[in-house]
Design a protein around this ligand. Structure first.
Ligand code: CDP
Ligand code: CDP
Length: 228
C-alpha cells in the first residue's frame, strides 16, 4: 500500500520541494511546503516594520495572520500561490531579506506552535506530502513515510545560485553559501523542533544525482521498489 502521509525534511536547498511537489503530482496528493508559512510571517513582520527581535509581537503576528496557500493562480513557474491578508506574496517571500530573517522568526516557540497547529489540521486529512524541517519529528511523527533529503552545502549553494539567476537575481556564490549555512546552523541548533532526521527517516543524499535521477528514486521509494 502506498503511504498516505509523506514527511520530507532536510536543510535549505537540498531538493525537498522538488521531490515533494513531484510526489504530490505522481500520487495526486495535496502538497504543502511548510516553509512558506514561516516565510509569510517573516515577510509580514518586515513589511509592517515589526522588529524581528520582538518575540511577543512576532508570536502575536503568527497567531493572527491570515495566510492562504492554494493551487497556482498564475503560470509563472510557481508550485502554489501564497496570500497574506489577500495579497499575493508568492515571490515576495523568497527575497534575501526574508532568507536572512526567517530562521530567527522560526526559532520562537510560540510561532512554531501557531503554525504547527495549522499544519496538523491539513495533515489530518491524509493523502498529503508535507515538506519542512520538523515534519517527520514533530508535526506528523506518525507519517507513513519519512524522507530526510541532503546534499553537500557547496552543491546546494550552487543550485540555489542558479535558481536565483533564472529569476534574474544575482548574488555572489559566497553570499549564497553563507546565507544557507547560517540558516542551517540556526535551524539545527534551536531548542524548539530543531532540524534533524527522524530515527525512522530514509536518508536521501542527492549530491551526485540529476533532478531526473532524484525523482525516479523518489518514485521507487513510494512504490516500495527501492529498499532505501
Ligand atoms: O526552501 P528552503 O529550504 O531554503 O527554506 P524553506 O523550506 O522555505 O524554509 C525557510 C525557513 O523556515 C527555514 O530555514 C526554517 O527556519 C523555517 N522552517 C521551519 O523552521 N520548520 C519548517 N517545518 C519549515 C521551515
Ligand atoms: O526545497 P529545498 O529548498 O530543499 O530545495 P529545492 O527548491 O527543491 O531545490 C533547490 C534547487 O536545486 C532548485 O533549483 C532545484 O531545481 C535544484 N536541484 C538540482 O539542480 N538537482 C537536484 N538533484 C535537486 C535540486
Amino acid at each position: 500500500m502506498k503511504p498516505s502521509t509523506i514527511a520530507i525534511d532536510g536543510p535549505a536547498a537540498s531538493g525537498k520541494s522538488t521531490i515533494g511537489y513531484h510526489l504530490s503530482r505522481y500520487l495526486a496528493y495535496l502538497y504543502l511546503d511548510t516553509g512558506v508559512l514561516y516565510r509569510a510571517v517573516t515577510w509580514a513582520a518586515l513589511d509592517r516594520g515589526i522588529p524581528i527581535a520582538d518575540e511577543t509581537a512576532i508570536t502575536h503576528l503568527a497567531e493572527e495572520l491570515h495566510i492562504d496557500v492554494t493551487p497556482p493562480t498564475e503560470t509563472d513557474g510557481r508550485q502554489y500561490t501564497v496570500r497574506v491578508e489577500g495579497c499575493d506574496v508568492t515571490w515576495a517571500i523568497r527575497t534575501p531579506e526574508v532568507d536572512a530573517a526567517v530562521s530567527p522568526v522560526s526559532a520562537y516557540p510560540g510561532v512554531r506552535e501557531a503554525l504547527t497547529r495549522r499544519m496538523r489540521e491539513i495533515a489530518a486529512l491524509g493523502r498529503v506530502v508535507m515538506v519542512g524541517r520538523d515534519i517527520g519529528t514533530v508535526v506528523i511523527p506518525d507519517a507513513d513515510m519519512k524522507l530526510y533529503v541532503i546534499a553537500s552545502a557547496e552543491e546546494r549553494a550552487h543550485r540555489r545560485q542558479l535558481e536565483m539567476q533564472t529569476k534574474g537575481e544575482r548574488q555572489a556564490y559566497d553570499d549564497v553559501l553563507a546565507s544557507l549555512q547560517r540558516r542551517d546552523k540556526i535551524d539545527s541548533n534551536r531548542k524548539a523542533a530543531p532540524l534533524k532526521a527522524a530515527p525512522d527517516a530514509i536518508i536521501f543524499d542527492n549530491t551526485e544525482l540529476t533532478i531526473e535521477e532524484m525523482l525516479k528514486r523518489a518514485e521507487r521509494l513510494v512504490d516500495g521498489l527501492d529498499p532505501a
